[in-house]
Design a binder for this molecule. Sequence first.
Ligand code: SAH
Length: 347
Amino acid sequence: MSDKVDIKSMNLEELTDFMAELGEKPFRAKQIYQWIHGKQIENWDEMTNISKALREKLASAAYLTCLRKEEVQISKLDGTRKYLFALEDGNVIESVLMRYKHGNSVCISSQVGCRMGCRFCASTLDGLVRGLAPSEMLDQIYKIGRDIGERISNVVVMGTGEPLDNFDNLLKFIELLTDENGLNISQRNLTVSTCGIVPRMRELADRELAITLALSLHASNQQKRLELMPVANKYEIHEVVDACKYYFSRTGRRVTFEYSLVGGVNDTNRDAEELAALIHGMNCHVNLIPVNPIKERSYVQSNQEVIAAFKAKLEKKGIPVTVRREMGRDIDGACGQLRKRYIDTNG
Ligand code: SAH
């Protein structure tokens, strides 16, 4: 595999160059691109308007990334599906399909494991193995679309991994996902979530894309954020919020702040007050997430009254806020739990 090229990670221009290298006509590039990204074929032989000779040539020079479905859990409560996919090198990743009235949304992983160390998160417990190639990010969506036989309209990069820690591959993935010859998902229907890697947030802003940036804030001051998120050692909370302001100034896109409510840790009235002051005047939206307890940590959810009071406090200050609906509560819902269980059981 290693001496072959990853054809599913190529844009049309790269594919055109690749055709030239193989001594083929440039128009073949567009045909092949449409097979791979428009029709999401799973093997070379599905390319029916490409000669057998060329298909063989392709197969000897390139590989077609194709994830293997290892396991699917389907929620009886809301139809949420959690997929465990195996990669070519034997690693496993997870992706989630959420069905909403407005369409199907897929949450993808951007890395195998994660090195950010957020205390409440299962994805980071075994550290980072590697970043995913653009093709491996894309194929999570292609496979799920095929599996359910329906169009995927929204994508969130909120699964395992820190997308801005795999920056170049993320940008390439966005280019391919939103390309008119591929799935053609609108940039507006794509959300990228980060724990707050400031220089990369600014770089992403400078690209002036129409994607939504979500920042995992989870605390209202630097000290509390440090207790939950080691990345705060590197980037101070105000620096991170400033990068969000910059993102809005460059893109005109309202930033989402994710705030996982952890019982007794970041859910007091004072926390809500401080949070409102921290993001005062910003064009933003706060998404409160009742923390999903993982067995390796002792964190608990805030109770319903506390969540309602926290929300009311922010609303009173004029901040748009929603409480994330918990999807798939009856399956391994929290980020990284399915993969963790699989690794722990299968070695
Ligand atoms: N690395 C990125 C994206 C992955 S996590 C980021 O940090 O944003 C997606 C979101 O789920 C983040 O806001 C993350 O902090 C949150 N999260 C992870 N584990 C969680 C848990 N057990 N309960 C609630 N939220 C969790």
